[in-house]
Design a protein around this ligand. Structure first.
Ligand code: SF4
Length: 264
């Protein structure tokens, strides 16, 4: 059994509790126009041209994105950091791309982590069948659940897929009593309208269990990746959001009793 991973970040502190090792799976069914990881789009290992600028000179070099790991290889990478997990209350976060696209491997590695008592978080779009969610839910200690837009037409326009399955899975996981943190990528002009914030609040208020609410302010670093990897970007050139720009959204959710955080 093998997985294709495009990055492993150690000592991560924004992807769940404590110090974490974040494993980024390749392949994503969405195409968010504000994406920070466009190199994750395609599922397989691929050669990609990077356009790097050295002063006034543009240098193009070709490199491989994605590396194949067996279960043993990846679990041993994770176990290398066990000491940091134990001391900080951390663990491993599976991210992407969308890890659920590699469901067989994901299911197996989550079980392997559970057997080793390693805390697991899954950073997911939840754009997947209920069957896939059921296969992994009991071995995930924490869902980092991306919520991008409540209006289906807007969701489709800016991510390429409907939000229906995503919202159904959120309800389902909440009913199961799963620990969930909502991650809202706040993108100016796309999903930061009062209407969308209020719809999100109404939806979350109806869940069986109140999740934490984390705001991820838009950062334009992802746009530079589009240029470097030679992928066309549809995102207009707008400035990054500052933490103070998120205060009014924080206040809306805090007033309803949500634990709110800015950043991961
Ligand atoms: S879900 Fe994440 S990785 Fe996939 S396109 Fe959207 S921002 Fe990029």
């Amino acid at each position: 059994m093998q997985a294709i991973v495009f990055d492993i970040k150690r000592y991560a502190v924004h992807d769940g509790p404590g110090i974490r090792t974040s494993v980024f799976f390749k392949g994503c069914p969405l195409r968010c126009i504000w994406c920070h990881n466009p190199e994750s789009y395609k599922a397989g290992v691929e050669s990609i041209c990077r356009n790097n600028r050295l002063g006034d000179i543009e240098v193009v070099d070709e490199s491989e994105i994605g590396k194949v790991y067996t279960l043993d290889q990846l679990i041993s990478e994770i176990e290398n950091d066990q000491l940091f997990f134990d001391e900080s209350g951390g663990g491993v976060t599976f991210s992407g791309g969308e890890p659920l696209m590699q469901i067989d491997f994901l299911e197996a590695i989550l079980k392997a982590c559970k057997e080793r008592e390693i805390h697991t978080a899954l950073d997911t779009t939840a754009y997947a069948s209920k069957d896939k969610i059921d296969r992994i839910a009991d071995n995930v200690d924490l869902f980092l659940f991306d919520l991008k837009h409540m209006l289906d037409a807007e969701h489709q326009k800016n991510t390429g897929v409907s939000n229906k399955l995503i919202l159904d899975n959120l309800k389902y996981l909440s009913e199961k009593g799963t620990k969930i943190i909502i991650r809202f990528p706040m993108i100016p002009g796309y999903n930061d309208s009062k209407e969308n914030i209020n719809l999100m609040l109404d939806f979350l208020n109806e869940l069986a269990n109140k999740p934490e609410f984390h705001i991820l302010p838009y950062h334009r670093t992802g746009q530079d990746k589009f240029r470097r990897f030679g992928i066309e970007s549809l995102m207009p050139d707008i400035p990054s959001l500052m933490e103070e720009d998120t205060v009014w959204v924080q206040d809306v959710f805090k007033a309803e009793g949500y634990k709110v955080k800015v950043g991961g």
